[in-house]
Design a protein around this ligand. Sequence first.
Ligand SMILES: Cc1cc2nc3c(=O)[nH]c(=O)nc-3n(C[C@H](O)[C@H](O)[C@H](O)COP(=O)(O)OP(=O)(O)OC[C@H]3O[C@@H](n4cnc5c(N)ncnc54)[C@H](O)[C@@H]3O)c2cc1C
Length: 267
Amino acid sequence: MKFTNYHRAQSLEDAHKTLQKDKSNTIVGGGLWLKLSRREVDTAVDLAGLDLDLIETTDKTIRIGAMTTLTQIEESDTLRQIASGILVEAVSEIMGRQLRNVATLGGSIIGRYGFSDCITPLLALDARLDFHERGIVSLQDFLTEKGKVDDILKAVVIDKTKAKGYFKKVKKTAHDFPILNVAVVKSEDGTRIAIGSRPAVATLAQAAMDHLAAATTIDKKTITQAARIAKESLKYSTNHRAGAEYRAHLAEVYTRRGLMEVNGLED
Ligand SMILES: Cc1cc2nc3c(=O)[nH]c(=O)nc-3n(C[C@H](O)[C@H](O)[C@H](O)COP(=O)(O)OP(=O)(O)OC[C@H]3O[C@@H](n4cnc5c(N)ncnc54)[C@H](O)[C@@H]3O)c2cc1C
């Protein structure tokens, strides 16, 4: 990315106004993904200094500021306690420490990256996004939208739930992008299954979730059926990392393992 002007925002309102001034103007999170693009930008708007790098808790929720780095998430004792620490686990598997020191949660969500290891666990955790202009939008809805985001993400909000969680990232080498990732969260509200890097962006395995919700008992048979449904009801494609068939197979295997784990069952 090449930018002509750098603007360190004094407030969210200031950041938003500057963003609206020119179509090419862009918010900068950690700047790592932007740096790889060939875009020409009039003004890069920096949110550093707006206190958006905080992890705050209330009685019922946890609010993770959009400028929170992946390292901050990795080191958060609060987040480690949520759904078996799946967000912490997912983040700690992304590249190396130097990248995680700089990459932000906001920057990891706004691009709706198919490969994202942050989005998959957050979708299973039923996260909400708090935007400056739009207010609260569910991550699930945000992921179905298309086009450039002309708003500022302030924070990601999750419930302080007593849930069990499971996360799996399948990758070829330690620092690689995922071939597929799977997150399962079982709370008192039911079970959510998110599958990402198919290679399309993460989505809920809704038919598999419905199957579990309708079951009177959650046993190995129901779980095996749900995992099969997760494989058969979602679309898996081929890219340079893996084939569609292999991805679909992985989805079934790790959905089953995740469901077994959150239900305290063993083979
Ligand atoms: C070499 C490399 C390897 C990687 N490997 C992985 C991996 O294996 N798994 C994985 O999940 N991720 C991976 N990533 C992605 C990384 O984890 C971050 O998601 C990515 O760098 C974006 O974060 P950032 O803070 O750098 O965002 P930026 O590059 O600053 O911004 C990205 C986009 O988000 C917008 N944006 C940023 N913050 C806001 C905000 N608050 N409000 C509105 N818009 C905003 C920007 O305008 C831009 O469009 C990798 C990245 C690199 C460079």
